[in-house]
Design a binder for this molecule. Structure first.
Ligand code: NAD
Length: 503
């Protein structure tokens, strides 16, 4: 562990990948450990289909141990009662260590999940560092309040940590999604048990080790790897876990709420899927709109919760948009080796996701949409789990490909008459995560932003984000807000204190 400098070429990255010592253990109570029952699962490189390592598969026993360690640390106050600036110092050092291990994180998330190293270095890692820093710097700005009660009483509120928090995260941005939750959860003084997706468990363990190296006390940050059905469920049903911060699919988000209801009524926040509309109107800056629409659906192989997968284009520019979109995709997104720094698009995460995405492509054809681009494996890349950038046209909003989250590089274009129709179609969805409108008419843009049923709206832009800006959805896209000051509230609770003053 710790690659000293960022490799320059694909060959350098491959040499590193071949000689790297992959950690297969979990991290509980300040130490690396194997699963108590000895179970293992294979971590597979999706670019080649080959096994990288046999990872420890956690079960109920490991979750019990991790939760007990987290509770002990919480009660001991080694972190929860540390002076706010003490926590801040540790978290700032943690952020620095993440930045210093950029090459390790890029390698791990790339070989496990198929992420491009350029995407990791250009986006995931700097964003994760910024998110941890934001949460750290917010620690001593958290305040309670003295409220307006009668003269005979003093009433004030204390904002306090929840206790033991379970964090269950997906594979599409492994270390970044973890950072969105770790930052506020740790900043507020909680102890955490992180359960990464089975497809991408290695970077989670590196995060925990770096937190310890930064001075984080044992038991405060634990990682249990393993399947959702076993390790994840054990955590979400645990009677001594106070909250689950979840990011993942809608069905599993629903299970989190059910498990909470069937166990100890723990807090649950969910960040789930999306089918984000991009409404592109004739008076927009078409070059910008096309490039953003292309990035909106093909970046990270389309495995993005807020992917702009429903592209609605005003009829007057529909044909021109399509031609430019296809040309720009060819220039910007050629699938290849994710360890090549020049590569902008890797494989899908695993065989299962590959079959799911191919199934949706078949369904689109059956339902009568026209395949304008892609639709199968890119030439020469039949070995890994690759799907070429794919575009359907002549689609309508009630087709399966326009309603369900595909979570792959498959865009659906629908012609619209005007903004009102775009808005109506945008809102005809069970999801409400992101949405964008492209227009030169300011009033129209603000009307869209006001009326679209979506947690986030982009006007003449797409995917902009910042640690200061809340991230989250409405409807079945979830009820949580990651990032920003609001996230700190979601990992803490208010206590009410009354003091009798007399007359
Ligand atoms: P998933 O729901 O299958 O899994 C998410 C996590 O839940 C994983 O750690 C998994 O192991 C765990 N899990 C699965 N079954 C479980 C169970 N029965 N009990 C407890 N835990 C269980 O999702 P995924 O395939 O890993 O990720 C893709 C999904 O995540 C997409 O729907 C995507 O839109 C969503 N996502 C949302 C956001 C957001 O901010 N809204 C961000 C990234 C990804």
């Amino acid at each position: 562990m710790q690659i000293s400098s960022i490799p320059a070429t694909a060959a350098d990255w491959h040499r590193l990948a071949d000689g790297y010592s992959y950690e297969t253990r979990m991290f509980i109570d300040g130490a690396l450990c194997d699963a108590a029952e000895g179970g293992r699962y294979e971590s597979v490189n999706p670019a080649t289909g080959r096994v990288i390592a046999a990872m420890s598969a956690g079960t109920q026993v490991d979750v019990d141990r991790a939760v007990a360690a987290a509770r002990r640390a919480f009660r001991a106050g080694v972190w929860s009662r540390l002076a706010p600036r003490g926590r801040m110092d540790v978290l700032l050092r943690f952020a620095d260590l993440i930045a210093a291990h950029a090459a390790d994180f890029a390698l791990l998330d790339s070989v496990e999940m198929g992420k491009t190293v350029s995407g990791m270095l250009g986006f995931d890692i700097p964003s994760a560092v910024a998110n941890i820093r934001f949460a750290a710097e917010a620690i001593d700005k958290v305040e309670g309040a003295v409220t307006a009660t009668a003269r005979s009483a003093l009433h004030y509120t204390l904002r306090q940590p929840l206790g033991v928090v379970g964090l269950i995260v997906p594979w599409n941005y492994p270390m970044l999604m973890a950072s969105w939750k770790l930052g506020p959860a740790l900043a507020m003084g909680n102890s955490v048990v992180l359960k990464p997706a089975q497809q991408s468990g290695m970077s989670a363990v590196l995060l925990a080790r770096l937190f310890a190296e930064a001075g984080g006390p044992a038991g405060v940050f634990n990682v249990v790897n393993g399947s959702g059905a076993r390790a994840g469920q054990a955590l979400a049903r645990h009677m001594d876990v106070d909250k689950i911060g979840f990011t993942g699919s809608v069905p599993v988000g629903g299970l989190m709420m059910r498990y909470a209801g069937e166990s100890n009524l723990k807090h649950v926040t969910t960040e789930c899927g999306g089918k984000s509309p991009q409404v592109i109107l004739a008076d927009c800056d078409l070059d910008r709109a096309v490039d953003n629409a292309v990035h909106g659906i093909y970046s990270n192989q389309g495995e993005v919760c807020a992917a702009g997968s429903r592209i609605m284009v005003e009829r007057a520019i529909h044909e021109e948009f399509l031609q430019r979109f296809i040309d720009r995709t060819a220039a910007l997104y050629r699938p290849g080796d994710p360890l090549d720094p020049a590569c902008g698009m890797g494989p899908l995460v695993d065989d299962r996701q590959h079959r799911t995405v191919c199934g949706y492509i078949a369904r689109g054809l059956e339902e009568g949409a026209r395949l304008a681009m892609g639709g199968g494996a890119p030439e020469g890349l039949e070995e890994g789990f690759y799907v070429a950038p794919t575009l359907f046209t002549e689609a309508h909003n009630d087709m399966t490909i326009a309603q369900e989250e595909i979570f792959g590089p498959v865009g659906v274009v629908m012609p619209i008459d005007d903004m009102e129709q775009g808005l109506e179609l945008a809102n005809s969805s069970i999801f409400g995560l992101g949405a964008s409108v492209w227009t030169g008419d300011l009033a129209r843009a603000h009307r869209f932003a006001r009326d679209v049923e979506s947690g986030m709206v982009w006007v003449n832009t797409f995917f902009d984000q910042d640690p200061t800006a809340p991230w989250g959805g409405v409807k079945q896209s979830g009820n949580g807000r990651d990032k920003c000051r609001e996230a700190l509230n979601q990992y803490s609770q208010i206590k009410s204190v009354w003091v009798h003053l007399g007359d």
